[in-house]
Unconditional design. Structure first.
Length: 317
């Protein structure tokens, strides 16, 4: 599905629904074809590369200048090579730490299989990106596109600012307007932390976004949609959520007699379930997930566990 925004001509959102339970209105690609360069942000997984190319053709994209990657995880950058087949003159922009994994994706693929398992197989194995398609951040400067390093969800995560718009990737977690409009004061929001999570690094990235002057007035999430409300409030909430979730997990572990031993799956699952119940009571932004459709709520429960496992690793360290 292609979403158009009458208040922002040139901006489009392409949904890249996956053949997995609840993975609709989740993975998306942002498209800009207004004034200035034509670019996309996060082309999504290899499995839906053909669908994305067809959607871009439907939008009438004849020239593509840049493919911007907030990070190179499969569900964000996996279709890059396929898009380049259609628009070979496009330049791929990502953090320098991610380039080698685009050119030689074997390690990225094996790591994705280890963490995501069946999700990785559904997303598909990424083909290599030609090295001559990769370009430095500096090529964006003449076009007024600012690159903001935001490590946390990944060490190589960046956000892209384009005018009033901030393509936030997963720096502020996963978002849903719950169908209430992009300026609703009561959206759903949860952290999205990796297995190698560091609280202070992720909070520092959000602090970096919060001091931007002027602040962006529109946040464009990879997962999923746009926020046109008080951007400082949402980014501040995302920063505070990280600490709240870590402390709630720590508290629930204390109630259970301590952190479960690594490898004790039953004890770990019991702790995660207790923490999710506690978060639903103390975090209103997360608690609104009860209003999500049933299949999407199941998906969010799954990814919430993944987030908490990253935080559990942080506490063990």
């Amino acid at each position: 599905m292609i979403h158009n925004f009458p208040d922002t001509p040139g901006l489009h959102l392409v949904d890249l629904d996956q053949d997995l339970p609840g993975q609709r209105q989740f993975i998306s690609c942002w498209v800009w074809r207004g004034e200035g360069p034509v670019f996309i942000v996060d082309p999504g997984p290899p499995a839906t590369g053909e669908r994305l190319v067809a959607a871009l053709d439907e939008l009438g994209v004849e020239r593509l200048d840049f493919i911007l990657l907030t990070h190179i995880h499969l569900d964000h950058g996996g279709a890059t090579a396929r898009v380049l087949e259609r628009w070979p003159a496009a330049r791929v922009i990502c953090h320098a730490r991610g380039r080698r994994h685009l050119e030689a994706p074997e390690r990225l693929w094996q790591g994705s299989l280890a963490v995501l398992q069946e999700k990785a197989r559904a997303y598909g194995e990424p083909p290599p990106v030609p090295g001559n398609a990769l370009a430095d951040f500096e090529v964006l400067t003449p076009y007024g596109i600012e690159v903001i390093p935001t490590p946390g969800h990944a060490p190589h995560h960046v956000c892209f600012r384009h005018g009033p718009r901030l393509f936030v990737g997963e720096a502020a977690g996963t978002y849903s307007s719950l169908g209430r409009g992009c300026d609703t004061p009561e959206p759903y929001l949860r952290p999205a932390t990796p297995p190698m999570f560091k609280l202070e690094v992720a909070q520092g990235s959000l602090a970096r976004l919060l001091v931007k002057d002027p602040m962006p007035t529109i946040l464009l999430f990879a997962h999923h949609g746009r926020w046109c409300g008080d951007t400082s409030r949402l980014l501040g909430t995302a920063r505070d959520q990280l600490k709240l979730w870590v402390e709630t997990l720590r508290l629930e572990a204390g109630h259970a007699g301590g952190l479960p031993v690594a490898g004790d799956a039953a004890a770990e699952e019991k702790l995660l379930a207790a923490t999710m119940t506690a978060l639903a009571a103390c975090d209103p932004w997360y608690a609104r997930g009860a209003d999500l459709p049933d299949d999407i709520r199941v998906r969010e429960d799954d990814f919430t566990r993944q987030t908490l496992r990253g935080m559990l690793g942080y506490l063990r360290a």
